[in-house]
Design a protein around this ligand. Sequence first.
Ligand SMILES: Cc1ncc(COP(=O)(O)O)c(C=O)c1O
Length: 409
Amino acid sequence: MIDPYKIRSDFPMYHKHGGKFGDKPLIYLDNAATTFKPYAVIKSEEHYYEDITANAHRGDYSLAHEVDVAYEKARKTIADFINARTDEIAFTSGDSMALNQIAFGLGHKLHPGDEILLSEAEHASNILPWFIISQRTGAKIKYLPLSDNHVNLDEVEKAISEKTKIVSLAMVSNVLGYLLPIKEIAQIAHKHHAIMVVDGAQSVPHIKTDVKDLDIDFLAFSGHKMLGPTGIGVMYGKRELLDDLPPLLYGGEMNARFKSDGYISLEEPPLKFEAGTQNIAGALGLEAACEYLNQFSFDEIHAHELKLKRLAIEGLLANGNAEIYNADNDTGIITFNIKNVFSQDAASYLAEKGVFVRTGQHCSKLTPDLIHTDSTIRASFYIYNTVEDVKALVEACKHAEDFLDVFFD
Ligand SMILES: Cc1ncc(COP(=O)(O)O)c(C=O)c1O
């Protein structure tokens, strides 16, 4: 069972300042934006900077060799975390870069009349690269119909045809937190020879992700949403697809050789996607984050988040002033508003009580049309959140209509 009180002792954000931020209690409920980092992750980055600083895949001296070994060991741990092979994951700066690499890499396969299937609940990072690819290639963007924000597999069957070349969906959407049946969607996509791309930014940190079992073609995720450092992420691709994928970035160490006439011979995947000096400390930090998460089962993590979410919903409904948009989702994301209060005003009030949540459109600018509201409050839970955090959220929301007090106190 997840014991968030014990887990907190591993996190300096809770430890160093007596569980406070300034003079207020620290009630951090914005884990879908980014997560706190355990000492193990920070130490791992420190180890690179303090003990083994050298570039990776470049030097012939013993220190450089040590870095090469550490960097490739990190790749193996992270590949194992999603049940991929080591030559199937490339490091990126984050989920956004991975999705851009995938979209721009797959562009050469698209022609006028082809279709790319997305959903309106996607984050900007899984829509905007496809907009550009669609403008360049003449392929059309189609959106999967959502009924009550759920994906119905019959609708997926209807939406995918021989024209569909790419299906790109978040396994868990960042605004509403619905979990899509990705395995079944991938089966339908493959029946029509379409490529299945998954945005795992909100799923990999919370749900067991086995790329082989899901049989997906590409996956993107970020380190910083799963206890790892910022500036590091992963692109997974099936090896045969990576062989065929042109790199987004060109530069040092991704080429085997080049000539003055413009000839370039690329390294094999994954190195061909890692142009220039990489975020080596970040890769080591992400490895430490995976190792930290490996001590729990994802069933435990999921159960803990759902318990907190259920308590939050019960409390908010009992308050009688909340409108909740995703009470029936299967993850630890709750999206709501306080009736008659603009979400940002409510969030300022909550922040005064030390309760930190996200507001606005959450980088998903098509979602407001789905839920018929422009701006929402999002609370998102992780392994270190406690029942007391939920109680603090509910209590603060009870009085959020008094937000003007914050401004005129
Ligand atoms: C579903 C989803 N996709 C993509 C991203 C982009 O991730 P990053 O900012 O780490 O590149 C996010 C970040 O919030 C997200 O929630």
